[in-house]
Each structure stands twice: as structure tokens, then as C-alpha cells.
Write a protein that binds this ligand. Sequence first.
Ligand code: AMP
Length: 221
Amino acid sequence: MSDQRNFVILLGPPGAGKGTQATRASLRTGLLHVSTGDLFREHLRNGTELGNLAKSYMDKGELVPDDVTIRMLLERIDRDDASAGCLLDGFPRTREQAEALDEALTSRSGAVAATVLIDVSDEVVNNRLGARISCSSCGTVFHKHFNPPDDANPCCDNVDLVQRDDDQPEAIALRLQVYSDQTAPLIAYYGTAGKLRRVNGDQSPGEVEDDVYASLRELIE
Ligand code: AMP
């Protein structure tokens, strides 16, 4: 690898498995996993002003405004632990965010080295999001059927596993609409640079992981 900071973007609709795959790809590549959704949820848990602002959009399934999101993301990638680059999960989600990232990376010795699109059918998305539960303390995600928590020791001590407000049916429908209107156009945006790979996200998590890793090896190693 060169001295350039490598940024990898994981694209895909809500429920594509971006979070799961970003965690796995991060372990295999050593790149830091940065999720804007997780950053917003962390702010919310810490009761910050940004967290409360974000909640009003997140609960409905809407996007948090670009200026706020871009500022938060840039602040995160400027920390020392991101010096080699990052795996971005859930960012960018709009053309304005993509352009802001390109501009920011130019002055930070970085570049988008790869974009991996995790392609999934609407049916699979609805199935996954409707049965997703997460730890209200650390945010670890489980699936009621495919990745159930251990009954005796669900996750962090004395906390509940809950369904995210934005995993309720109305919010899921809006998030899918927002994805197709605002985020799906980024497939063409990144496709033109020849650094976009598509992976079939309807496969098992292990198969998706292998395909994501193969794409990354081809593009960044
Ligand atoms: P996620 O965990 O990636 O599904 O994100 C949960 C919610 O956080 C989204 O539905 C948005 O409300 C908000 N969010 C996360 N990332 C972004 C982003 N890049 N731009 C705007 N809103 C975002």
C-alpha cells in the first residue's frame, strides 16, 4: 500500500448488512470502521445537542441535514486512529456529502480507493430490518431468527435489547424511499471512476464477507 490514506465506501440500502460487513472488513483490512449512524447513536446515548437533533430525523427514517453530518464525519476522520484511512459505513448518502468528502480528502492526502455496493432485494431488506434488535447500551445488532442473542446473557449487563425506532414499518418504508431517491444515484457517481464493485448481499454473511474482501484486495492492495 502507498502512503496515501485509503477510504473505502460501503454502499447499499438500509438492511443490506453494511454494519456487519464493515466490522468484518475492518478486521480483515485493518482499516478503521466509521459509521455515521453509530456516531449519531453515540451522541444520542451521551445526550448531546447533536444527538437530540439527529434523533428527530432518525426516528422518522429521514436523513440528518448534510452540513451537520459532514461536519461530524470530518471531525471523526481527522482523529489519529484514522490516519491510515477508514471504511465508511452509511456515508456518503447524498451527492452533496460525496462531493464534500472528495474535496476534504484532497487536502488530507486521501482518496476513495474503493466503493463496494452490497446489493439486496427489497424482500430481504424488509425481512432483516423487521427482525433486528440491538443492545440499548453498546449498540450491538442481533437478528431475532438469524443471529439471536444468548437468552442467559443477552449482551451488556442489565440492559434491554430493543428494536430501533427507525426499524418500525413506516420508518423502514421511508428509509428505502430516501435510499432510492438520494443515495442510489451515488452508484453512478462512484461507478465512473472504475472503483465500484457489486456484491450480492442476499447471500450468507460469510459469503458476502468473502466477496467484499475480494473486491477490496483487488482495489486497495
Ligand atoms: P444507519 O445506522 O446507517 O442505518 O443510520 C441510521 C440513521 O442515521 C439514518 O436513517 C439517518 O437518519 C441517520 N444517518 C446516518 N448516516 C447518515 C448520513 N450519511 N446522512 C444523513 N443521515 C444519516
